[in-house]
Design a protein around this ligand. Structure first.
Ligand code: DGT
Ligand code: CA
Ligand code: CA
Ligand code: ZN
Length: 592
């Protein structure tokens, strides 16, 4: 089901404060690590800050509630780091970070935002060529000025150019999860004001697009001024761009633009429909209105002749008067939803409440941050009926998995399973799909797992033919149940691998292998368009968090939003199924 306002189920805003302050601390420590590296500081120290940044980002509790002593209990956080965190939480800045910031041009810091450029190379470019911005670097590459620079061969230059291109493509669009925090905070703050009848975010964020241009917030109230004024005063507001009676725009400290519009309460439904978009969807609804002698605007649906309002209070009324059922925001892209709605064939899209368990998660046995017990308790607290632990397999060498470790973990999982009422634990693994489609471990060993996710973690550059065969072969493996993050894309950073996806989708359907909708917001893999296509082949899906820390479990909602955008119903998603049906699926055809 969808929540009030049709926003996909979202945990209550109170929980969000936790993630945000941890994220902020993570970001400032990571920046400090980068600054140390750029200014030629101690590499060991930079790594220590990086490690602490990650540990804090993944810490399940709100770090802003901890004192220095409690902070030091987080792994990787020593006295000096804890003190800096306390300083940051108290004052909003850290002196030494400010000093380092001042010591180098902003342009150099801008350089390391290029996905393929690390701090060391950024410093070389600055010192040797005085390059101090992305634009200057692009120009230097074009003019072949990197020619004689040590460590900047052809391949490196191509990578840099690729990184610059990716940045340009991503433009100033903001990843979904980065926009979600300020949006929820603003909605929570404005909802508190007296006179607020309704408040929500609209636009691409409500449609759960993987990246958003800006945040559109709507309020229904008789008087607009108090809301316009309050927006300018919020702690997240860095700058007021435009202030008006109908619309105010600000920029947040994260650099995200927010448009606030205040509507008369009677126009709420029409305004919400209009500002949710997409533009393409709205063009269709307006055309339908015109054909019925009506005019649709953000204020309502009006009779063309008399100007009399016929619907405006709720979205449902507006759609109904157009002869349509209410359409979930995630479908409003003019990708056939209007036709489907007219035929009465809109999909009943999967929601977070339908999800019975998570089938791809990690622990600190490999690269996760939290111990098994903590991940399992957090999963139980989410109300899951089942939960799979799928740590990495041995071929990902740096994770140092062994047979013994896997078996020891299994024993712990089985013991925990007995201790948990209401939630069954599955012991799985995330296998590595080798260059020829082979996976870690022989069949006898794999037989001991309840399920196997198999993912690409290397050899991304294989040709299309080889890549396709590799994925098809992984599907054909009798123990492989789910292809994890199938394309390996990183949104705005790395494109997915090249393969004949139609052939892969067909293989999934034929072999009873599910495709993952990986909910990590920087992945969202498969993405909406691939899901739509795969669904046509009769593939089933698993919407998984791929959590490496407790807070990541909650990112599942981004995967659910993406699944909705791919028109998936609960029936299409194996982790909404009852456990018995899931177990039958996990046996593939073996026991049939
Ligand atoms: P974004 O911000 O680029 O990720 O995408 P949106 O969809 O949030 O677009 P935005 O912020 O420009 O406008 C929010 C919604 O307002 C949009 O989805 C539909 C509606 N809207 C804005 N301008 C127009 C327009 O000129 N025509 C129509 N039909 N709708 C518009
Ligand atoms: Ca927008
Ligand atoms: Ca906007
Ligand atoms: Zn994983």
């Amino acid at each position: 089901m969808l929540g009030p306002c049709g926003v996909p189920d979202i945990p209550p805003p109170t929980l969000k404060g936790v993630a945000r302050s941890n994220d902020e601390v993570e970001a400032v420590l990571q920046e400090y690590a980068d600054l140390i590296a750029i200014t030629g500081g101690d590499a060991f120290k930079a790594r220590a800050y990086e490690k602490a940044a990650r540990a804090i980002g993944g810490h399940p509790g709100d770090v802003s509630r901890l004192d220095a002593k409690e902070l030091r209990e987080i792994s990787g956080v020593g006295r000096s780091i804890a003190d800096k965190v306390v300083e940051y939480l108290r004052t909003g800045t850290i002196d030494v970070v400010e000093e380092r910031r001042a010591a180098i041009p902003a342009g150099v810091r801008e350089l390391i935002t290029i996905p393929t450029l690390g701090p060391k190379k950024a410093l070389t470019l600055y010192e040797e060529l005085h390059v101090s911005s992305v634009a200057e670097l692009a120009e230097a590459i074009r003019a072949d000025r990197l020619h004689d620079l040590k460590g900047f061969g052809r391949k490196t230059q191509e990578n840099l150019q690729h990184g610059i291109d990716l940045m340009a493509q991503a433009g100033s669009r903001i990843p979904l999860h980065i926009a979600m925090d300020p949006a929820e905070e603003i909605v929570a703050e404005l909802s508190r004001l007296t006179g607020c009848v309704q408040c929500t975010y609209a636009g691409s964020l409500r449609r759960v697009k993987e990246s958003v241009g800006d945040i559109d917030v709507l309020v229904a109230a008789e008087r607009s001024d108090p809301f316009m004024a309050a927006l300018g005063e919020l702690p997240t507001t860095a700058e007021v761009i435009a202030h008006g009676r109908k619309k105010t725009s600000i920029r947040t400290v994260q650099g995200v633009q927010v448009d606030l519009r205040v509507l008369p309460p009677d126009s709420w439904g029409a305004g919400l429909q209009y500002f949710t978009g997409s533009k393409a969807h709205n063009i269709r609804t307006r055309t339908i209105a015109v054909r019925s002698g009506l005019k649709l605007s953000e204020y309502g649906l009006f009779e063309m002749e008399s100007g009399r309002s016929v619907a405006s209070r709720t979205e449902e009324e507006v759609y109904a008067r157009l002869g349509l059922p209410w359409i979930p925001p995630t479908l409003r892209e003019d990708r056939g939803e209007i036709e489907a709605a007219l035929r009465g064939e809109l999909p009943d899209v999967v929601t977070e409440r339908d999800i019975r368990g998570d089938l791809h998660t990690h622990t600190d046995l490999t690269d996760g941050l939290a111990p098994l017990e903590e991940m399992v308790s957090a999963a139980a607290a989410r109300g899951y009926r089942y939960y799979a632990v799928t740590d990495h397999a041995p071929d990902l060498y740096m994770q140092r998995m062994t047979d013994e470790k896997a078996l020891a973990q299994r024993a712990r999982v089985r013991a925990l399973d007995r201790a948990h009422r209401g939630m069954r634990l599955l012991h799985g693994t995330e296998l590595n799909i080798g260059p020829d489609g082979e996976v870690d471990w022989p069949d006898e060993f794999l037989a001991g797992f309840d399920l196997c996710v198999a993912s690409l973690h290397s050899h991304f550059g294989l040709g299309r033919r080889a890549m396709t065969q590799r994925l098809v072969r992984a599907c054909e493996h009798p123990r492989v149940n789910i292809i994890g993050h199938p394309t390996t894309r990183r949104i705005g950073k790395r494109p997915g691998v090249d393969a004949d996806w139609d052939e892969v989708f067909a293989a999934c359907a034929r072999t009873g292998t599910a495709l993952e909708v990986n909910a990590q917001p920087e992945r969202l893999d498969l993405g909406d368009e691939d899901i739509l296509r795969a669904k046509e082949f009769g593939v089933v899906f698993a919407v998984n968090s791929d959590a490496h820390a407790v807070p990541h479990l909650g990112q599942l909602r981004y995967g659910v939003g993406t699944a909705q955008r791919g028109w998936l119903t609960a029936g299409d998603v194996i982790n909404t199924w009852p456990l018995t049906r899931l177990r039958r699926f996990l046996r593939k055809a073996r026991a049939a």
